[in-house]
Design a binder for this molecule. Structure first.
Ligand SMILES: O=C(CO)COP(=O)(O)O
Length: 251
C-alpha cells in the first residue's frame, strides 16, 4: 500500500514572514502522517526557518533544487550536503521550469538524484511532456526516456523509496488540468518504466504524483486512479485553506 503524498511547490513565491504565517496557519491542522504525507517545497532562502517552524508537526520540508556536488567553487549553488544537514526531507529535481529556464539536463538530474540520496534526503523527480509532444503522440516515449535517464545507476532500494512527479507542461499554471484518465495512463507509463528496469516489486513501491492545475475541487478524481499516489501542487499550495483542503480530500 503506497502512502499518498501531497507536496506543495511554492516556486519563487513568499517572503520568510509569509512562509512563517502559512506554517502557523496550517501546523496544527495537518492530518496524521499515517494517512497522507504532507510536504511543502519552499524557496531555499528560508528553508532553515521552515525546518525549525515545522518541528514537531506532520509537515515535511522540500527544497526546490540543489547542485550535484557537495561543496566547492560553485558560486550561487545550493549544496545537497548543507540541505541534508539542515534537516530538509525532500528535494524537487527536474521540474520543467528548471529544465526550460535553467537548462537542467537529464544527466544533471541523475547526478542530483545521487547527491540527494547520498545526503540522506529523498528526490522528487519531475517529468512531463510539452503540448507539441502530446499532440505528436510521443508522450510515453518521452516520459519513459526522462525517467530512465534520471534513475541511471540508482539501486533498487533507492528507487523503491523515491517519488516521481508526472507534470504535463501544458497543464502547469494554466488551469488546463489533464483528465484523470490521461494522467493515470502516463503515471502508469512511469511505473512500467521503473518495472522494466527494477522489476515489478520496486515499481509497486515507488510513489507517482500527478501535477498540473491540481486543486481541492479535482484532487479526489486523480487520487481515485490506480497509478496516482499524490500530487505536486503549485498555485493551490500557496494558501493555507486550499493546501489543507487538498490534504482533507484524501485522508
Ligand atoms: O508545476 C507545478 C507543481 O510543481 C504545478 O503548478 P500548478 O499547480 O500551479 O499548475
Amino acid at each position: 500500500m503506497r502512502k499518498p503524498i501531497i507536496a506543495g511547490n511554492w516556486k519563487m513565491n513568499k517572503t520568510a514572514k509569509e512562509a512563517q504565517a502559512f506554517i502557523e496557519a496550517v501546523k496544527n491542522k495537518i492530518p496524521a502522517s499515517d494517512k497522507v504525507e504532507a510536504v511543502i517545497g519552499s524557496p531555499a532562502l528560508f528553508l532553515e526557518k521552515m525546518v525549525s517552524d515545522t518541528e514537531g508537526t506532520d509537515l515535511k520540508v522540500a527544497a526546490q533544487n540543489c547542485y550535484f556536488e557537495e561543496e566547492g567553487a560553485f558560486t550561487g549553488e545550493i549544496s545537497p550536503k548543507a540541505l541534508g544537514d539542515l534537516g530538509v526531507d525532500y528535494v524537487i529535481i527536474g521540474h520543467s521550469e528548471r529544465r526550460e529556464y535553467f537548462h537542467e539536463t537529464n544527466e544533471d538530474i541523475n547526478k542530483k538524484a545521487h547527491a540527494i540520496l547520498r545526503n540522506g534526503m529523498t528526490p522528487i523527480v519531475c517529468c512531463g511532456e510539452t503540448l507539441e509532444q502530446r499532440e505528436a503522440g510521443v508522450t510515453n516515449e518521452w516520459v519513459a526516456g526522462q525517467i530512465t535517464a534520471a534513475l541511471k545507476d540508482l539501486t533498487a532500494d533507492q528507487v523503491a523509496n523515491l517519488v516521481i512527479a508526472y507534470e504535463p507542461i501544458w497543464a502547469i499554471g494554466t488551469g488546463k488540468s489533464s483528465t484523470a484518465q490521461d494522467a493515470n495512463d502516463t503515471c502508469g507509463v512511469v511505473r512500467a518504466t521503473v518495472a522494466s528496469i527494477y522489476g515489478q516489486e520496486v515499481a509497486d513501491k515507488v510513489r507517482v504524483q500527478y501535477g498540473g492545475s491540481v486543486k481541492p475541487e479535482n484532487i479526489a478524481e486523480y487520487m481515485a486512479e490506480e497509478h496516482i499516489d499524490g500530487a505536486l501542487v503549485g498555485g493551490a499550495s500557496l494558501v493555507p485553506e486550499s493546501f489543507l483542503a487538498l490534504l482533507e480530500a484524501i485522508k
